[in-house]
Write a protein that binds this ligand. Structure first.
Ligand code: AFP
Length: 323
């Protein structure tokens, strides 16, 4: 099986970008090892701190964040990083070529139940005209991403990565410590019978989403004329990975549960990198009203509604939103 670097070189990826991706993966390998140790590493459970999102930080959140931040900034080719766990961006080399955004541990609520979690990352071009500590440099649409990926800490540790030339899957070979290409070119089936949504929010959704999901649940007896299956991992990395592997539609729509927080998923740290991976694999990703990768960000921690996956099923869902 082929190793990561030769595959990226064959795609014409810049050597500095390959080096940065390998550094991110080195941090993820350390996170994978700690996650795999579970209770034995004393890294489970919560800290006494809250992050900018108002969420209690898990010990693994902090560990993963510190590892990624330190290793990425030590490369000397990154101008700044922005993390879901950091209030503000952290400046690196003012002459750095790249910006990196990441969710160090997506699915934190799964850490203490030995369920799926992962690291999501996105690489953007640095803006020479802006200072290294200027948050505005991160406010670039998802279409500007140079690379995006996630590392899924599951029974095997897997990497999904795109640099704009398709989406590939790699599996960590824990004997030699490198990621080996295990899925050359991901192609999401355009049709699916599997949906993922947190049903407990049903009464808070917009009518369009309520009607769409209601028709999925009616299955053969309803307007869709076929039965659907449901999955919900409560970690976007796990749900998106399933969709890359076998298709499906994933939704975290706007809801009125907390008027202060109409959306859950973060644009820079979750929606944009996942949208890049999904679109490069032939799927689509929308807010229900606009392509996610076209959104011009206004805040590094802004949140959006997300509907992504099998192209034809996303289109079916959009029809309910356009009526
Ligand atoms: P945490 O990282 O705080 O667990 O949130 C994970 C997440 O952002 C995303 O990965 C999941 O799809 C979604 O939230 C799960 O949200 P619910 O807990 O409301 O199901």
């Amino acid at each position: 099986m082929r190793r990561l670097a030769p595959v990226l070189r064959q795609d014409g990826v810049d050597t500095d970008l390959i080096s940065l991706i390998k550094t991110i993966l080195a941090a993820c390998k350390e996170i994978s090892f700690r996650v795999g140790q579970g209770e034995l590493a004393g890294v489970l459970g919560s800290t006494l701190d809250e992050n900018i999102q108002g969420e209690t930080q898990k010990k693994l959140d902090v560990l993963a964040n510190e590892l990624l931040k330190d290793m990425i900034l030590e490369t000397g080719i990154v101008k700044a990083i922005s993390s879901e766990e950091e209030d503000l961006p952290v400046a690196g080399n003012p002459a750095g070529k790249y910006l990196v955004t990441f969710d160090p541990l997506d699915g934190s609520s799964n850490t203490d139940i030995n369920s799926l979690i992962g690291t999501i990352f996105s690489i953007l071009p640095a803006k020479a005209e802006l200072a290294a500590d200027d948050a505005a440099q991160f406010l670039q649409a998802g279409t500007k991403q140079l690379a995006a990926g996630y590392v899924l800490y599951g029974p095997s540790t897997m990497l999904a990565l795109t640099t704009g030339k398709g989406t590939r899957l790699y599996t960590l070979d824990k004997t030699y410590g490198g990621f080996l290409l295990t899925h050359e070119e991901v192609a999401i089936p355009s049709v699916t019978a599997e949906f993922a949504i947190n049903m407990s929010n049903q009464r808070h959704w917009e009518p369009a989403m309520q009607q769409y999901v209601q028709d999925l649940l009616l299955g053969k007896t309803g307007p869709r004329g076929k039965n659907f299956n449901m999955r919900w991992i409560a970690a976007m990395v796990g749900d998106v990975h399933r969709i890359l592997c076998r298709g499906g539609i994933f939704m975290y729509p706007t809801d009125t549960k907390d008027p202060q927080k109409p959306y859950k998923l973060r644009l820079m740290y979750e929606a944009n990198p996942m949208s890049f991976l999904v679109e490069q694999a032939g799927g689509s990703s929308t807010t229900g009203y606009a392509r996610i990768m076209d959104i011009a960000p206004t805040d590094i921690h802004q949140r959006v509604s997300v509907i992504l996956g099998s192209r034809h099923e996303v289109e079916s869902c959009l029809k309910y939103h356009s009526q």
